[in-house]
Write a protein that binds this ligand. Structure first.
Ligand code: XMP
Ligand code: MG
Length: 185
């Protein structure tokens, strides 16, 4: 699939699977007892869709699934922190234990906005679980409790992540061959 477009495989399908199970176990342990039950996963479309569905199935306890779609103003490669809701949650999250499920945190601006927005709806608790995190995100003061992989500052695709809506369906995460950016596709 996508023969020749991928420069290198950064994270294999097996590594993703193992990490998803590990993260799901961690979340399960943290949401026992007082914080147990009533878990609501909020997936951020479209990038987090693969991670969200695999994560929910790996999670030993029941959880409800909600999705949000947001769009950040600014160029396609850097976000401005000004976010527009394209699709809001279908339900009230007041009193719920919410975990935001993200594909990748880069500048952290999108997530920072999302956290403020969801916190204002009065959930019982609010945490973030991201599969990938880039170096810049570490500098931003966004509390991310669960991180799958810290990756280098390179543009990555696959497992939900796209370039111009392509490559989301790759089962692994890889870097793009520069010829893809320059071919004008
Ligand atoms: P910020 O910078 O606000 O943005 O943390 C996070 C969003 O930026 C997108 N993004 C990427 N998408 N490959 C992608 O396909 C990447 O390497 C990449 N880096 C950032 C993504 O939409 C994410 O939600
Ligand atoms: Mg994208």
């Amino acid at each position: 699939m996508y023969e020749g477009d991928i420069a290198s495989v950064l994270i294999t399908e097996q590594q993703i699977n193992d990490k998803v199970v590990e993260l799901a176990k961690q979340v399960d342990e943290d949401y026992q007892g007082g914080r147990g039950g009533d878990l609501l996963l909020v997936g951020v479309l479209k990038g987090a869709v693969m991670f969200m569905t695999d994560f929910a199935r790996a999670l030993p306890q029941p959880a409800q699934l909600e999705f949000m779609a947001v769009s950040s103003y600014g160029s396609s490669t850097s976000s401005s922190g000004v976010v527009r809701i394209l699709k809001d949650l279908d339900r009230d999250i007041a009193g719920r234990n919410v975990v935001i499920v993200e594909d990748i945190i880069d500048s952290g601006l999108t997530l920072s906005w999302l956290l403020k927005n969801l916190a204002s709806r009065n959930p019982a608790s609010l945490e973030v679980c991201t599969l990938l995190r880039k170096p810049d995100a570490v500098q931003v003061d966004v509390p991310v409790r669960y991180v799958g992989f810290d990756i280098p500052n390179e543009f990555v695709v696959g497992y939900g992540l796209d370039y111009a809506e392509r490559y989301r369906d790759l089962p692994y995460i890889g870097t793009l061959d520069p010829k893809v950016y320059t071919s004008g596709a």
